[in-house]
Design a protein around this ligand. Structure first.
Ligand SMILES: [Zn+2]
Ligand SMILES: [Zn+2]
Length: 145
């Protein structure tokens, strides 16, 4: 168990998160979480609840970072975090999630110079550079006139 995990357990436990839910969130066994809490005299803390099943549908009931209840806005996008601090903290401790979010890469051929180039997130890009785009525009207008 890392320091980070221990801190997370303490934080979740203080917000009334059950052993099983903590274990699931941190990918630990329930026994390890329970033993850790017992050692720290946190065994009887709060009520047990099942972890955010709604997470997958985009309806967050609890802050992903501190597991406090979130009051969701009636309109607009559901919140994942109770505060900006929690958002920042969570992203800081989940760098792999940022990588996952990174846009897809497409290997394309420039319509002007014919060079291969990588386009991030846009598979319809035609030119490797603004230069090529300009050249092609001039070229087209010359052909037409
Ligand atoms: Zn929070
Ligand atoms: Zn080009």
């Amino acid at each position: 168990m890392t320091e980070k995990e221990k801190n997370q357990i303490i934080k979740m436990r203080k917000n009334g998160v059950g052993y099983q839910a903590i274990a699931t969130a941190l990918n630990l066994s329930r026994d390890r979480v329970r033993n850790f809490c017992k050692k720290r005299n946190m065994a009887g803390f709060g009520a047990v609840f099942t972890l955010n099943d709604k997470e997958k549908t985009g309806e967050y009931e609890r802050c992903l970072n501190c597991y406090k209840h979130i009051r969701q806005p009636k309109q607009g996008r559901p919140k994942k975090f109770c505060s900006n601090e929690c958002r920042r903290e969570w992203w800081k401790s989940h760098p792999e999630e940022i990588n996952k979010k990174e846009t897809a890469q497409y290997r394309l051929k420039c319509a002007y110079c014919g060079e291969d180039f990588i386009s991030y997130g846009n598979k319809d890009r035609k030119y490797c550079s603004h230069n090529c785009y300009i050249h092609q525009r001039f070229y087209e207008s010359e052909v037409r006139s």
